[in-house]
Design a protein around this ligand. Structure first.
Ligand SMILES: NC(=O)c1ccc[n+]([C@@H]2O[C@H](COP(=O)([O-])OP(=O)(O)OC[C@H]3O[C@@H](n4cnc5c(N)ncnc54)[C@H](O)[C@@H]3O)[C@@H](O)[C@H]2O)c1
Length: 343
């Protein structure tokens, strides 16, 4: 199948591109490069040994998406494009509703223009809000605690209405837990601009000396060591989950399915720091800071539905997550040093 990856130059999209090519699919990336660089596509070509077309465009531009689908004869879309910084969504909500919600609507209209109705959507465990029970299964009630989460929830609801109105749709809603790690090559990974919002790139930058110390937000939660517990899932496992979901919906009868992509294991912030130090032989200095508003004590998935219905389960453990993150950080440092000496 030939698949358009909106946000395909980003962290998760780039890993999914690799997994799809490895599984025999063809991919086309569509990205406005607002949070990524076109060099990622060159690295994808190095990893896969294939030419990967990049269309530079915005999902809010219905005609640009339509042209990308039609020109490349695409049969399915995996929709990663979106803004994802929770704090920024609180201070700039309109930007998030415009980019994520309006963008998704324009993209769906473009898909309908081309009669392409197979869609995989990047949702998030954030749609579960404050957990009422653990592990979180797909039947857990949904709610939003910030505008970013609300955009994910609004899109999920929009997709449910669209699938109910037209059963020709084949939609997979994938609720990611906490994606971390990188491809073993070190060529692609999570490289946010500015101060990272997510734990793993923060840890990597502290270990590399690019940031002085890690702030651990709260050590008085009701968890074994008092720090927040999350379900970290290796991005390469997550990517393979997309291949499984795409294959399942394309072969299936249901217009819409929802699946958690997580491991079912919870690790605390201090577990992550200790593992990163042990696996990579580095130091990660940290200090305890006040809790952040909106953070929950513990959040981890029931991955049973994905196992039973998609035949997917995460294979890679904490050591691989920490090791590959560090490999990526060092590759990045070498590349930056080389670029500096070339200039
Ligand atoms: N990384 C996580 O922790 C996480 C967790 C849950 C869900 N998600 C969701 O997964 C998706 C991918 O996340 P990621 O971590 O790869 O983020 P990312 O920022 O690395 O990738 C998103 C990509 O989308 C592009 N983009 C943004 N707005 C666009 C637009 N209007 N038109 C075209 N391209 C646009 C960006 O340039 C970027 O390349 C997002 O929708 C995010 O909300 C991520």
């Amino acid at each position: 199948m030939k698949t358009l990856l909106t946000g395909g130059a980003g962290y998760i999209g780039s890993h999914v591109a690799v997994a799809l090519v490895a599984a025999g699919h063809e991919v086309v990336c569509f990205d406005n490069l607002s949070n990524s660089r076109s060099e990622v596509i060159e690295r994808l070509e190095t990893i896969t040994g294939r030419t990967i077309p990049l269309v530079v465009g915005d999902i809010r531009d219905r005609e640009a998406v339509r042209a990308a689908i039609a020109d490349h004869d695409v049969q399915a879309v995996i929709h990663f494009a979106g803004l994802k910084a929770v704090g920024e969504s609180v201070s700039e909500p309109i930007k998030y509703y415009d980019n994520n919600v309006r963008g998704t609507l324009a993209m769906i209209e473009a898909m309908i223009d081309c009669d392409v109705k197979t869609l995989v959507f990047s949702s998030s465990a954030t749609v579960y809000g404050q957990p009422q029970y653990l592990p979180l299964d797909e039947a857990h009630p949904t709610s939003a605690t910030n505008p970013y989460g609300r955009t994910k929830l609004m899109i999920e609801e929009m997709l449910a209405d669209i699938a109910a109105a037209d059963p020709a749709w084949r939609i997979a809603v994938l609720r990611y837990f906490n994606p971390v790690g990188a491809h073993d090559s070190g060529l692609i990974g999570e490289d946010p601009s500015g101060i990272p919002n997510n734990l793993m790139p923060f840890i990597s930058r502290v270990a590399a000396g690019r940031l002085p110390e890690l702030s651990v937000f709260g050590n008085d939660y009701d968890t074994p060591d008092g720090t927040g517990v999350r379900d970290y899932v290796h991005v390469v496992d997550l990517a393979e989950g997309h291949v499984a979901a795409l294959d399942a919906i394309a072969a299936g009868e249901a217009p819409l399915g929802i699946w958690n992509l997580g491991t079912g294991e919870g690790y605390s912030v201090l577990d992550m720091v200790a593992s990163f130090e042990r696996v990579n032989g580095v130091n990660v200095p940290y200090r305890i800071a006040p809790r952040r508003p909106g953070d929950v004590a513990s959040c981890y998935a029931s991955p049973d539905r994905a196992r039973d219905e998609l035949g997917w389960a995460a294979q890679r453990g904490l050591d691989a997550m920490c090791g590959s993150s560090w490999t990526f950080e060092r590759t990045l440092a070498m590349r930056n040093a080389k670029q500096g000496s070339d200039e």
